[in-house]
Design a binder for this molecule. Sequence first.
Ligand code: GLU
Length: 452
Amino acid sequence: MTETLTALPASVREVFQTVVARNPHEPEFQQAVHEVLVSIAPVLDEHPQFVDGGILERIVEPERQIMFRVPWVDDAGRLQVNRGYRVQFSSVLGPYKGGLRFHPSVNLSIVKFLGFEQIFKNALTGQGIGGAKGGSDFDPHGRSDAEVMRFCQSFMSELYRHLGEHTDVPAGDIGVGAREIGYLFGQYRKITNRHESGMFTGKGVQWGGAEVRTEATGYGAVFFAEEMLRIHRRSLEGLRVSVSGSGNVAIYAIDKAWQLGATPVTASDSSGYVVDDDGIDVALLRQVKEQERARISEYAARRPNARFVDGARPWEVPVDVAIPSATQNELDESDARALIDNGVRAVAEGANMPSTPGAVAALQGAGVLFGPGKAANAGGVATSALEMSQNASRQRWSFSDSERKLRSIMKDVHDAAFEAADRYGHGGDYVVGANSAGFERVAHAMLAQGVI
Ligand code: GLU
């Protein structure tokens, strides 16, 4: 990683070297910082005040990091201890905002990379939200509802003191869906004696949640792909699409791909992927993954023309558009080459940092339209901001109004990234565009608010 930095001014190189020295065991965090620092060089050239004002030194250091013990008792009466995290990265544009992830892979490096990306993603939406992320190494998979509830209650018993509608507003992420958000919100309400709707997003629509929030990340990623194609006078109509994952993002990316005339042909989980040339049956996928919480092979077992491929990722399947929607670093350089060889035209990241740096370089080098997660998956957090607006004004917008707003936000996000890439001499490079447009907004606000 350090080699590519030699082209940069010494001040930027030093910032990255300090990040590596200070955070030696955090490869994902280093990867996320590296990607941003490399791509914003033209912004720094044009705005020396950002370098002089110490924006870089400050932005790579979270405003606050919280780590805490989460003890709970399982159904067998045994004591379990997990670790909880909340990294409050930047509140310069608004209250801290970002999801909670419950997954055994969660550690400080993962939470910090996600929190760092969230700053720029949220800035790009233009909605006045800061950046944060949190979670735990707790694995909800295979746990009873009662165990999940006890875990969530213990988690919130510590985290509540750091939250609030004007302070920090969490939401879901991997492993944190409607069930977990309900338990977390309930415990916050009990401890604080406040029904503070605006302190959490992704709530049930019956108790303050927003229409389309569940669908928003997946829908948004497909809208983003549509915008990228539109620039080249193409549409999604008739295209084959591969999607990885089978959680919230993947399910609704598949759903929207169908609605826009494409055929989504894959879905996956950590055990392997399914390919269905008839197109993925969304209802069956939801039944298997959401209702039964079963493995993805179950889907193939119930569909005549579907095939389960054990232990592999879906990138070997020939498609026109790929939407990685599972997790970080799930699409590497050889996956990218397989996609390119099969003629892929566009990749839109539904997950956070799913493509490795080698994959991004290969895709962009081959002229594939590449929408990085910071832009392509911003629909989720953007709709969270719509939920906060509705909570603050005690309004409820209809599904169709909310979807229209989401679509127009995704167009704005696309256009902001496209325009910034052009302005900085990297036309068509959405990585440079998204990072530059997000960074500019944050950096101007940091300068205006002084050294804090
Ligand atoms: N976890 C989602 C993301 O990565 C959503 C965050 C939110 O809605 O606050 O952006």
